[in-house]
Design a protein around this ligand. Structure first.
Ligand code: BGC
Length: 758
């Protein structure tokens, strides 16, 4: 009896805690909520765009001003500059009944006006300080222009290079992806969101968007919970753990329910399991798109979304136009709407907007903070850290600063393709072409340029790519004339530098490809250049891993530069002339052919492991016509110098449930240049209650080594680091033996082991 009473009291206490949690305890927010009509609460859940950015859906909002005045808008995006943002806030503050300021959103994916390399390139630096700084500087620029809410970081794990949005993420690995997610959230949001140079970050796209079937953008996803928890969800969770203030849903379905209406995803997992306390915004019209998914009419899908835990409706206005009716008909509770409105108001409070709506409208800031020398210097440095040396042939690189250089290729003297996908706030005309950069860095070199080929000769393909500007320009001269010009130039030079690859919008949103080779027009040019017998450097630009099997077999050196951003030319020159020795490593496996896709290094061994020799063997998991291994493995990247690994060891053969084990290796610079190396630790859990990946990255460190220098690199692992999700989705570490290796790439062999004790 007594126990029952105590339990009862405890339950009352607990329910009090729940109430305390659902009320924000922010007097300003609660006071506003108490004054708001149902319509005004619904208004806060509405995000509009007057169409100033890249409109990625077909819809652009109308009558935005009238809607703000009527209290029907919680935020806008595609509006920038302190003046315009002040105007928008003034309309909200002075002309709507309750004067609630607006969230001002934007897509700042890799720099605001100072555009950095695409995110996939930045991730190749494996440098979390650099990524954090990139986010900090982007926040400084964007907030100077009035923006307080960023739709970044995109942390979707992607293992399918056909998918164009692979460019926007950090590659294939959940561990590395989680570190990147954390660094970027911390960079954007800083320590204090009320500081005028920080903004709310949005982790996107929750969830699994990178696993679209067949690499076709917006396609369905069907995935086991085990795969979700172990492979795809960790980066979103890492962003939540880092305190991200908002989450964006994805376009795809999960377990047959579109993400924007998926209660398991948005409430059970995100809020109840992960403890997310911020607000959830849909993707562009993704609520309305649930109609096409087959979930019912606009009223039904809007009710489904809010009941699932979605707080804000991007552009579609389904919430605005149907939620009141759903409340009247008992399909949505007012409580649900109040909860969502509270979350939006809390975000405005976090930003300091409820105290000062004009916090981000300081007209003196753009000049001081945007496109400054400091920012451009950073963009240049970040780009050099993102370039991956894929192949060294003879000692062509680095180039001499007085060389006679034939600079050829459709991307060699081009401003339109330097920024890369999702750079709507950047200005291509400010970017430094490669030709210009080479001249800047090596004024004594003799550099001559010829285009050599069009990016593609296919006019219908070019039309699809040129949606946001003239990315693929097809010359009037015949391809043969272009080629001849390049070959003539090559004849009178010491070395050929060919800048080839993908135009900006050949990757990115709605830019999936089934053929991920370099377009034929350029392939021909590359072949002919290689045939000249002159030293050739291919400078390869792309937003995705490409199939470069043919080019890897040619006698050429290859430097992968992604889309390098506004300082493209200068950064490329810094690396080609050896002022910076390349150190980046791939964050995706590069396939030999599209038939290997999806491909990644965490593949399971299966019960019939593929032969280690790579030779075909009947009744083993392998192909008749291709090795299993990728062309270039995850974690791979060369340097002008060479590194050797030795003395790989564990400080003990056993690890307890508490305490840590130290795994170390000695790395020596054995080549002729000072250089940086990204040292990587991988493990293999040999016996597990569910089939484990063949290898898992568990740590990495970037070190600088002078010529001849050695350093010992030590990683600490504890039982927590060895955890995975078991078949009950519990996060556990199971005792047993683990193999490990420490190396400069994922394709090394295991050379040590230890045991996790009971
Ligand atoms: C993209 C999002 C982006 C949004 C707003 C959508 O098409 O999927 O990543 O944040 O548009 O611009």
């Amino acid at each position: 009896m007594k126990l029952k009473k105590t339990l009862g009291l405890f339950m009352i206490f607990l329910s009090g805690m729940v109430i305390a949690q659902t009320n924000s305890n922010i007097p300003q927010v609660e006071e506003l909520l108490s004054k708001m009509t149902l319509e005004e609460k619904i208004g806060q859940l509405n995000l509009l765009t007057p169409g100033g950015g890249v409109a990625t859906g077909s819809v652009v909002s109308e009558d935005v001003e009238a809607k703000i005045k009527a209290g029907n808008v919680g935020g806008v995006f595609g509006v920038s500059s302190p003046e315009k943002v002040r105007q928008a806030q003034e309309i909200a503050v002075k002309s709507s009944r309750l004067g609630i300021p607006l969230l001002i959103g934007s897509d700042i994916i890799h720099g605001y006006k100072t555009t950095y390399p695409i995110p996939l390139g930045l991730s190749s630096s494996w440098d979390m300080d650099l990524m954090k700084e990139a986010a900090q500087l982007a926040a400084k620029e964007a907030t100077a222009d009035g923006i307080n809410w960023n739709f970044s970081p995109m942390v979707d794990i992607a293992r399918d290079p056909r998918w164009g949005r692979i460019a926007e993420g950090a590659g294939e690995d959940p561990y590395l992806g989680s570190q990147v997610a954390k660094a970027m959230v911390e960079g954007y949001q800083g320590e204090d969101l009320t500081a005028p140079n920080t903004m709310i970050a949005t982790v996107k796209h929750m969830a699994l968007y990178g696993a679209a079937e067949a690499g076709r953008d917006y396609n369905s996803v069907d995935m086991s919970r085990l795969k979700m928890f172990n492979e795809y969800l960790p980066p979103y969770q890492a962003a939540v753990d880092a305190g991200v203030a908002s989450v964006m849903t994805s376009f795809n379905d999960i377990d047959g329910i579109p993400a924007s209406g998926n209660k398991w995803l948005l409430t059970d997992l995100l809020r109840d399991r992960w403890g997310f306390g911020g607000f959830v915004v849909s993707d562009y019209t993704s609520v309305n798109e649930m109609i096409a998914h087959g979930m019912g009419d606009l009223q039904a899908v809007s009710a489904m979304a809010i009941n699932a835990g979605l707080d804000m409706d991007m552009v579609g206005e389904g919430f605005l136009t149907t939620l009141k009716k759903s409340v009247d008909e008992g399909k949505v509770s007012e409580e649900q709407i109040t909860k969502a409105a509270r979350r939006i108001l809390e975000a405005k409070h976090k930003l300091g907007l409820l105290d000062d709506p004009y916090l981000y409208s300081d007209e003196s800031r753009p000049e001081k903070d945007i496109l400054t020398k400091e920012n451009r210097d950073f963009a240049r440095k970040a780009a050099t850290r993102s370039f991956v040396l894929l192949k060294k042939y003879n000692s062509t690189l680095p180039l001499a600063k007085n060389a006679r250089i034939a600079l050829v290729g459709p991307l060699a003297n081009n401003k339109n393709n330097m920024l890369g996908t999702w750079a709507p706030t950047g200005d291509p005309s400010l970017s430094i072409p490669i030709l210009q950069g080479l001249k800047n860095v090596a004024p004594d070199a003799n550099i001559n340029y010829a285009k050599g080929a069009n990016i593609s000769n296919d006019t219908s393909f070019a039309k699809k790519v040129n949606v946001f500007g003239p990315r693929i320009q097809i010359n009037d001269e015949s391809p043969d004339t272009l080629l001849k010009e390049a070959l003539d130039l090559a004849e009178n030079s010491d070395v050929i530098v060919a800048v080839v690859g993908e135009a900006t919008e050949m990757s990115g949103e709605a830019a999936s490809r089934t053929d991920i080779t370099i377009p034929d027009s350029q392939k021909k040019l590359i072949r002919e250049l290689a045939n000249t017998g002159k030293p050739v450097v291919l400078v390869l630009m792309s937003g995705r891993p490409l199939d470069i099997s043919e080019e890897m077999a040619l006698p050429v050196s290859i430097l992968q530069i992604w889309h390098p951003g506004v300082e493209a030319g200068n950064a490329v020159a810094d690396v080609l002339f050896g002022d910076y020795n390349p150190s980046a490593k791939l964050t995706n496996s590069w396939p030999r052919n599209v038939g290997q896709i999806p491909i990644h290094y965490r593949m399971k061994t299966t019960g019939r492991p593929g032969p280690e020799s790579g030779e075909f063997q009947k009744f083993k998991t392998n192909y008749l016509d291709s090795p299993n291994s990728p062309l270039l493995p995850f974690g791979f990247g060369l340097s002008y110098t060479t590194f050797e690994y030795s003395d790989v060891k564990a400080n003990s053969s056993e690890l307890g449930k508490t305490g840590a084990i130290e795994l170390s290796a000695t790395v020596t610079n054995t080549g002729d240049h000072d250089g940086e190396e990204i040292v990587q630790l991988y493990i293999h859990d040999k016996v597990r209650s569910i089939t484990p990946p063949g290898k898992e990255l568990k740590g990495f460190k970037k070190i600088m080594l002078k010529k001849g220098e050695s350093k010992t690199v030590t990683f600490q692992l504890n039982a927590e680091d060895l955890k995975f999700y078991n078949s009950e989705l519990k996060h556990v570490a199971e005792p047993g033996e683990f193999d490990f290796f420490i190396a400069g790439s994922s394709d090394s062999k295991f050379d040590g082991s230890f045991t996790l004790k009971e």
